[in-house]
Design a protein around this ligand. Structure first.
Ligand code: EPZ
Length: 458
């Protein structure tokens, strides 16, 4: 690919350099689930005893949650992928905005703080790159349990004004099976007085993992994984040791990495029924998938054809794998349609995939994709966690070299990603603050070059 020298010297922020087009082989190792670990850590506030959580991934989101718990007065010790948390002496019922802003999941602390301290002052998490992310369902649930909740200057102030400072069980129906709202209500009600039911509850595996741990702490919760969950309040919860489930979204991302590079791979550990919708779509588009050992999957991609997906709550196709799957559809044979129905702004990968030569027409939250023979390496940028993963997958399959910037997003949800990909044969490396010299390609030049190449190839 000819290069057009730029005369200005730029500093490229920390980035990944990817040489595309290399087949992969071997085993892609799956870490513990980020979206389970975060809520399990918040649940540590519910007991004065020590909670040991194992198989926790090393991610920036986990480090921020650790800082949040320390800020509240909890004591944390880390050893490898295990975290011990003791919140006997928590003394602070409020969180600083800078921490809440950097991690929405910090809002999970509101239920446990209300239960433990009878009050909680948490800034509204606000929107993020994928949507407005309201917390109205969380607040509705807390009010139903007897909390007084008001929002002043974007801070959620909640308190329990009964003499015993205890929430009361209630029958709560969610208008939408919100994962976070279900988790907030679960943690607020397990020590409430009396019985609580949650109808139209979220059924995600992370909910089931949370309930498994809470019950091992002495809670009495029934029906996790179904639309109706019943919680019988208890007097207190004790410490326990809990092993986090494998991250189904990372596992799905790796299965798609195999498919997009047309490489037979083994992925695990994972729990297959946490990925049923993804596995059936991968089979539908041309991959053969079989169990390998007791908790791994072997995927053998054949010719990949376009298939349509619509995201929906579990057990439907997960919104967190919509972007990675779109990268796969960009080089599939034929057309496909991808509808995002969970979040309102989750198509930020489209512009970057088009820069690489993908043929995608976006109509609000529906992407119409016409597969191309191959993508072309480019300077590409991730703008949220899952879009970043999608773009890295596209770089793995593209012809030529790519520079990926946006590591601050990627590092929130994928532990040691380039190390894991290198172990199966990818040529991918992390670079820090390089300056571009002469003969380097400016991103604009690469994309123009790519589109010309793509036109010739089409
Ligand atoms: C959790 O977010 C996950 N995050 C998300 O993963 C995941 O995409 C999402 O569940 C759906 O599976 C964590 O667990 C930390 P929701 P959450 O409440 O709880 C609306 C990732 O990439 N809603 O089920 O915020 C909301 O706006 C992240 O790892 C309300 O309207 O998801 C959205 O449209 C991204 N009011 C829909 O419901 C509320 O009070 C789903 O949200 C709550 C949610």
């Amino acid at each position: 690919m000819s290069s057009v020298a730029t005369i200005k010297r730029n500093v490229i922020p920390p980035h990944l350099e990817v040489k595309g087009g290399y087949p992969l082989t071997g085993i892609l190792k799956v870490s513990g689930a980020k979206n389970s670990s975060l809520v399990l850590m918040a649940a540590a506030l519910l007991t004065k005893e020590t909670l040991c959580i194992k198989n926790v991934p090393h991610l920036t989101d986990i480090h921020v949650m650790s800082e949040i718990l320390s800020n509240l007065g909890a004591k944390l010790t880390n050893k490898g992928n295990s975290i011990k948390i003791n919140s006997e002496f928590i003394h602070n019922a409020e969180l600083p905005y800078r921490l809440v802003q950097s991690l929405r999941a910090s809002f999970f602390c509101i239920g446990p703080l209300l239960t433990r301290l009878g009050e909680a002052n948490i800034p509204l998490p606000g929107g993020c790159n994928i949507g407005t992310r309201p917390v109205d369902a969380h607040i509705h649930g807390l009010k139903a349990l007897g909390a007084e909740v008001e929002i002043n200057n974007d801070v959620v102030k909640a308190q329990v004004s009964t003499k015993d400072k205890r929430l009361r069980g209630a029958n709560i129906t969610l208008t939408y099976p919100s994962v976070g709202a279900t988790e907030t209500i679960l943690m607020a009600s397990c020590l409430a007085l009396g019985k609580t039911t949650i109808s139209n509850a979220a059924r995600e595996p992370e909910i089931q993992d949370l309930v498994k741990m809470l019950n091992s702490m002495g809670a009495r919760i029934y029906g996790a994984g179904t639309k109706k969950i019943t919680i019988i309040g208890v007097e207190n919860l004790k410490g326990t040791s809990h092993f986090v489930i494998p991250d189904r979204i990372e596992a799905g991302t790796f299965l798609i990495a195999a498919a997009i590079t047309r490489s037979p791979l083994i992925v695990g550990p994972l729990i297959p029924n946490h990925l049923s919708a993804v596995i059936s779509k991968l089979q539908e588009c041309g991959c053969s998938i079989s169990h390998h050992g007791n908790n791994h999957i072997k995927i053998i991609p054949r010719e990949i054809s376009g298939v349509d997906i619509t995201t929906s709550p579990f057990p439907g196709f997960p919104t967190d794998l919509q972007a990675p799957f779109m990268s796969l559809m960009a080089t599939a044979k034929g057309s496909s349609k991808i509808k995002e129905k969970v979040f309102e702004k989750r198509m930020q990968h489209v512009i970057e995939l088009k820069k690489m030569g993908a043929c995608i027409y976006l109509e609000k939250n529906t992407a119409h994709i016409k597969g191309v023979k191959e993508l072309v390496g480019s300077n590409v940028e991730g703008r949220d966690l899952r879009s970043s993963a999608a773009i890295v997958l596209a770089c793995l399959s593209a012809k030529g070299n790519s520079i990926f910037t946006g590591l601050e997003h990627l590092d929130r949800g994928y532990e040691k990603l380039e190390e894991k990909l290198t172990n199966v044969g990818s040529i991918i490396s992390r670079k820090f603050n390089q300056t571009t010299s002469h003969n380097s390609l400016s991103s604009k030049t690469i994309s123009e070059e790519n589109i010309d190449t793509q036109k010739k190839a089409a």
